[in-house]
Design a protein around this ligand. Structure first.
Ligand code: AMP
Length: 203
């Protein structure tokens, strides 16, 4: 299985790239943000609760997120793998994701961070607000989301680095260039993993 984590500050383009990677490698795209927005749109009691959290740019409590994750993993047990888009967002979530995958003898293959300066992120998200009207794309909420990213999600870099799984791609280029760079590093990584496997088989 190919299990890819993709993360980066809001506006880095992780959802666009995740959708492309999903179709290129025939994976399941798990976007916790999309699942949350669907629940909000449904107008359910849970959706109303989620809306007040997401609307402030805060992270949704872990007990809610973990249910989304576990149900997606169970429903897609026989897939080629997952693109985890928006999960994990904290070190605790990353540790739990590793544990959950390990139960099925699976692991994260690689974690890709899309880097983008705050100024560019704010500019992109304010433009997206005009096109899509996402309620959490207002300037104050964007600034809070960037702060939450810095404090909670940025530390994932050292987490995955220490596992030898961290890869970095510049998010300040065209969609096609970013995709080209991501697929290049994934394929390099897969080729190296294949070589390791062959060596283990020979031994
Ligand atoms: P995204 O579409 O990934 O930008 O997510 C939109 C919002 O959903 C975030 O700002 C959070 O409020 C919430 N969210 C998405 N994924 C998570 C997660 N793994 N943990 C906590 N909150 C999340």
């Amino acid at each position: 299985m190919l299990n890819i984590v993709i993360f980066g500050p809001p506006g880095c383009g992780k959802s666009t790239q995740s959708a492309r990677l999903t179709s290129k490698y025939n994976l399941v795209h798990l976007s916790t943000g999309d699942v949350i927005r669907k629940e909000i749109k449904s107008g359910s009691e849970l959706g109303i609760e989620l809306e007040s959290i997401v609307g402030k740019g805060e992270l949704v409590p872990y007990n809610m997120i973990i249910k989304i994750l576990e149900s997606a993993l169970v429903q897609n047990k026989n897939s080629n793998g997952f693109i985890f888009d928006g999960f994990p967002r904290t070190i605790d979530q990353a540790i739990d994701l590793d544990k959950i995958l390990a139960k099925d003898k699976q692991e994260i293959s690689t974690a890709i961070s899309l880097c983008l300066h705050d100024k560019k992120a704010i500019e992109r998200l304010l433009n997206r607000a005009k096109l899509e009207g996402r309620k959490d794309d207002t300037e104050n909420v964007i600034k809070n989301r960037l702060k939450v990213y810095e404090e909670e999600t940025y530390p994932l870099i050292s987490y995955y680095h220490s596992q030898g799984k961290y890869l970095e791609v510049k998010g300040d280029c065209s969609i096609n260039d970013i995709f080209y760079n991501i697929t290049n590093i994934i394929e390099e990584k897969m080729a190296l993993a294949q070589i390791d496997n062959n060596i283990l088989n020979i031994l």
